[in-house]
Design a protein around this ligand. Structure first.
Ligand code: NAD
Length: 387
């Protein structure tokens, strides 16, 4: 734990208490790790699960044992929530259903989780004069304006038609029957509500729009530490295929373009927001890496190469296969074409820039996946020997 730390304006950083909702998830686990290792802050970690932060909670001899407490509760229906928010200086809300496979197949749960369940968190922060950092998503931008231009239009190459800016870009979603947009729409409405609480009632807030943060502990590997029929996000889907030596499934040709940022880089941005409230309050921040853009097909190819390197196994003969989105995700799926974050605001306010290249972040992540899961997959897939 460092002492004598200062903020971006040279002022000493005072230790604070953070109520972190969704602390047991992918981002929460990395944020808790960072806060315990490098800061003096306390965390009231709220989640229904704690498997991903167990290593921070036990044994009680850990150097930060008195700075992290786990509270197992479902924010949908637990009266302890307001008390925890009141005990803290800052609330960070990460809780959400946020796997694309759920958006069109469980739209009600998706909307409730991302809008209705977040309402009391906003209300308690506003009523008790507490600061809120709320996790939204880059999906609130929906499709780019460029997606509606003719395929051969030269304007498609013009950044004005695809770079996504917090204070200028529109939010463009598909029709209601494309239920995929239920997530983005619920996130957009909670953003608007938080913004209005700031404008009308003085809520001190920061909204984070993550652009495909990836790294160790993201989601689950189906059949190993998650449901065998479950469909996690793309990193875990492709990791699962690589670990099982199956072809990687490319939805609708894998033509969507994405930018990927390493979780450890992104966590640095969140820490700057936590420790520089005067610079972060009232802002919406894109957090991504515009330099790491690939199509999902290119991501699959790169992951195949990197996995061969870290596992020492040659890749299979047919490394990818095409599937339709209807087959993979079901009825009502749709997608955003391209997601490049504009970095002007986060640069100006917090001086943050991502550091890690796509190759490097895949190398460390797939090394983790291989070490963590390869044996378990071998065991699960080996046939029992007849006696
Ligand atoms: P995650 O699913 O790993 O973590 C979410 C956590 O919230 C889970 O541990 C879950 O158990 C918990 N949770 C959900 N509902 C809850 C409830 N009712 N009560 C208590 N706990 C509950 O997801 P993540 O990747 O860590 O994402 C965190 C946030 O960031 C989400 O709001 C998500 O929409 C947003 N986000 C993440 C990314 C990304 O790249 N990882 C991209 C866009 C947006």
């Amino acid at each position: 734990m460092a002492s004598g730390r200062v903020d971006l304006d040279g002022k000493p950083i005072k230790p604070i208490t953070i109520c972190m909702i969704g602390a047991g998830g992918f981002i929460g686990s990395h944020l808790c790790e960072k806060l315990m290792a490098d800061t003096p802050h306390k965390v009231l970690a709220v989640d229904v699960y704690n498997d991903k932060i167990k290593h921070l909670l036990e044994p009680s001899s850990l150097p930060w044992a008195d700075r992290i407490q786990f509270h197992r509760l479902n924010i949908k229906n637990d009266s302890r929530l307001e008390g925890l928010i009141r005990m803290a200086d800052l609330t960070i809300n990460l809780a959400a259903i946020c796997t694309p496979a759920d958006y069109n197949t469980r739209p009600l749960d998706t909307i409730y989780s991302n809008f209705i369940d977040a309402l009391p968190v906003v209300k308690y922060c506003s009523e008790n004069g507490k600061r809120l950092i709320h996790f939204s998503t880059c999906e609130v931008y929906g499709k780019t304006i460029g997606a509606f231009l003719p395929k051969d239009s030269p304007l498609r190459q013009d950044p004005n038609y695809y770079v996504l800016k917090e204070d200028a870009s529109p939010c463009i979603f598909g029709p209601i029957e494309k239920q995929r947009w239920s997530y983005a729409c619920a996130k957009q409405l909670i953003e608007r509500l938080i913004y209005a609480e700031g404008a009308e009632n003085g809520l001190e807030f920061t909204i984070v729009r993550p652009f495909n943060w990836i790294g160790p502990r993201m989601d689950f590997i189906p059949g190993i530490d998650g449901p065998s029929e479950g469909v996690p996000r793309v990193l875990a889907c492709f990791s699962n295929n690589l670990l099982r030596r199956e072809p990687l499934k490319l939805v609708d040709g894998g033509q969507s373009q994405r930018t990927f940022v390493y979780i450890r880089d992104a966590i640095e941005a969140v820490l700057l927001m936590i420790e520089n409230p005067a610079r972060a309050n009232g802002h919406i921040f894109n957090v991504g890496n515009p330099n790491n853009e690939v199509t999902v097909r290119q991501l699959a190819e790169m992951m195949t190469q990197v996995y061969s390197k870290v596992s020492g196994e040659s890749s299979i003969e047919t490394p990818t296969i095409d599937v339709s989105s209807k087959e993979f995700y079901g009825e009502g799926y749709d997608d955003s074409d391209k997601r490049i974050p504009d970095m002007t605001i986060i640069n100006r306010q917090l001086g943050w820039n991502p550091q890690t290249s796509l190759w490097d972040l895949l190398e460390s992540t797939l090394t983790y996946q291989h070490r963590t899961y390869a044996e378990a997959i071998k065991k699960a897939t080996s046939k029992p020997v007849a006696s």
